[in-house]
Design a protein. Sequence first.
Length: 250
Amino acid sequence: MPIESTLIDTFYVFLMTILPYIALATLFSGLIYRGANWLRSRQKSQFIMPKRSSSTPTKIMNFIKGMILEVFFLRKVYRGSFKLWLISWPTHMAILGMFFGHLRLFTELMPIWELFNMTEQEIKAFSALSGSIVGMIFVVGFALLFIRRIVIKEVREISTLDDYLVLVLILSAGLFGMGMRLIPEGHIILSEFRTYFVNALTFHPTPIPSFNPYFTLHALFNYMLLIYIPFSKLVHIFTVPITETIKDVF
């Protein structure tokens, strides 16, 4: 219908031209605000915190070591629950893999491809296989975390609406992302979207890529998640590696 088509087109234009800036502005301003609050609270409590005698170079090395352990090995989760770590760590690695995979929306990773002498067809095949594997680990991991909150009584009793909402947003984004890989109608022309996003980053908009329902919903849930992060417990994915390392080192 003409009216429905117009509404969809209008929404798609909003999604591609305005919502990304709203999402990123909200995410970064929210993280800065939360970080500033944490620093103020830490300064107020510093007078009762014992000073450590380690030298500055030692503190820096310990900080780097702590960050690596938190970011790549989820040390805090491991210390708290090994069973939870068995689910969380592969899922976390999948997130890191997806981050690097999504870099292809902005630039081709030529140094990596040239290092292994990969042809264009080999790059596409590797991207399709690795992306599907990582995406499957991501979706299954978060599905298990969602089920865990429902099935395990102790976890269910302390779960809040925030916990479920975050998991629903993440799973929705992941499922539609997998749809883009596994369903022919969901495939996008990477070069077309790369040109658009690179120009959008530099505030030089180009014509919007053709409408793709799977990409549209994948992007929508991701933008909603970015907007919600500063107001949710998920903000800890940014703060915990830093705060826990600072506590251990300083």
